[in-house]
Design a binder for this molecule. Structure first.
Ligand SMILES: [Zn+2]
Length: 126
């Protein structure tokens, strides 16, 4: 199975999900590729593997800060994650289901429940 970052790179076509400009595996500083938590960690707290991420430049990740995802963000998330390897999505969903009920933070439970449902729908795609 590819690593998460490698699978995201492939699924996103090597561009930043936020600004649409190319990412480089060699760039550092503001242009470095980072895993941006679509449900911001500052609200959900640590969610481990359940925190669905997309690749973004470090500067773009910082600009989003603690914004909760918009409808457009969710559409992008679905478009990218639809291209992820099925076994990776399957493992992710199992982990999300576990946290959806038991996490102490309500934002985290919401994010985990959403993630589990989203991945379940994507796994059933024709
Ligand atoms: Zn960017």
């Amino acid at each position: 199975m590819p690593t998460l970052s490698a699978a995201l790179w492939e699924a996103q076509g090597g561009v930043c999900w936020w600004c649409g400009q190319p990412l480089s595996p060699f760039a550092g500083g503001k242009l470095a590729a980072t895993r941006d938590h679509v449900f911001p960690k500052s609200r959900t707290g640590p969610l481990g593997d359940v925190g669905v991420t997309l690749l973004a430049h470090r500067a773009c990740n910082a600009k989003r800060a603690a914004s909760w995802p918009t409808d457009d963000d969710i559409r992008t998330l679905v478009r990218v994650w639809r291209r992820m390897p099925p076994e990776l999505m399957h493992n992710w969903r199992r982990s999300a289901l576990g946290q959806a009920c038991h996490h102490p933070n309500p934002h985290a439970r919401a994010a985990a429940a959403f993630t589990a449902l989203l991945l379940q729908l994507l796994e059933r795609r024709p």
